[in-house]
Ligand binder design. Structure first.
Ligand SMILES: Cc1cc2nc3c(=O)[nH]c(=O)nc-3n(C[C@H](O)[C@H](O)[C@H](O)COP(=O)(O)O)c2cc1C
Length: 198
């Protein structure tokens, strides 16, 4: 384990998933390399009222406090570590993941740093988790998700669970975050494991 995680944020609905994930993941990884598309920031402005633009993006504006271990990368800049297979890290999470980005990754279209970093994960056989969000799903989406699964990615839809009785939007969102962290091998304490009562 290198303690480094690459995180992509795209323009699917659910900017709060990105915010909660980064807040939790920052407690477990030495370094988070974050790439947000311009559409991700538009959605964050619309859904969460955040004052985030490509030019001023920082953890204070996106997450409400400074996180020294979070580094934001320019999605148009390929001269950055995640664009190369030689850079070692512990995997990549795209949260939320739009069907547009999912489709580009499925077809090897590395037209921004998010898609390129994901492409690198697939070719290097590193963990790639896509927290996709769209409903309903058309046949193109379903074929895209099948292709991504066949290529080695894990498709983890932004589908919250309710058997732990979440009471706030944050608690609902965290039921998804907990599953992502579990897949990454993190001992998360957000949501308990479903156990047989003794
Ligand atoms: C408010 C808002 C909500 C959106 N929600 C979704 C969504 O849930 N899923 C999706 O695939 N696209 C959604 N879109 C469309 C994407 O933002 C659009 O396809 C964009 O090109 C994605 O680009 P990106 O993947 O580079 O961020 C939404 C757009 C807006 C403005």
């Amino acid at each position: 384990m290198t303690g480094k995680l690459v995180v992509g944020i795209t323009g699917a609905s659910g900017a709060i998933y990105a915010v909660r994930f980064l807040q939790h993941a920052a407690q477990h990884f030495d370094q988070l390399l974050v790439i947000a598309s311009k559409h991700a920031l538009s959605v964050a402005r619309a859904e969460l009222g955040l004052d985030v633009e490509p030019e001023n993006l920082c953890s204070q504006r996106l997450l409400g406090e400074d996180y020294p271990n979070i580094i934001f990368l320019n999605p148009a800049d390929y001269f950055t570590p995640p664009a190369s297979g030689s850079f070692r890290h512990d995997g990549m999470v795209i949260i939320p993941c739009s069907m547009g980005t999912a489709g580009r990754i499925a077809h090897g279209v590395s037209d921004d740093l998010i898609a390129r970093a994901a492409d690198v994960c697939l070719k290097e056989r590193r963990q790639l988790i896509l927290v996709v969000r769209e409903t309903p799903l058309n046949l193109v989406h379903l074929r895209t998700l099948t292709t991504l699964t066949e290529a080695g990615a894990v498709v983890l839809p932004a589908c919250p669970s309710f058997y732990h009785h979440p009471r706030t939007v944050e608690e609902v969102v965290d039921t998804v975050i907990a599953r992502v962290l579990q897949l990454l091998g993190v001992e998360q304490q957000i949501v308990g494991q479903w156990q047989v009562e003794e």
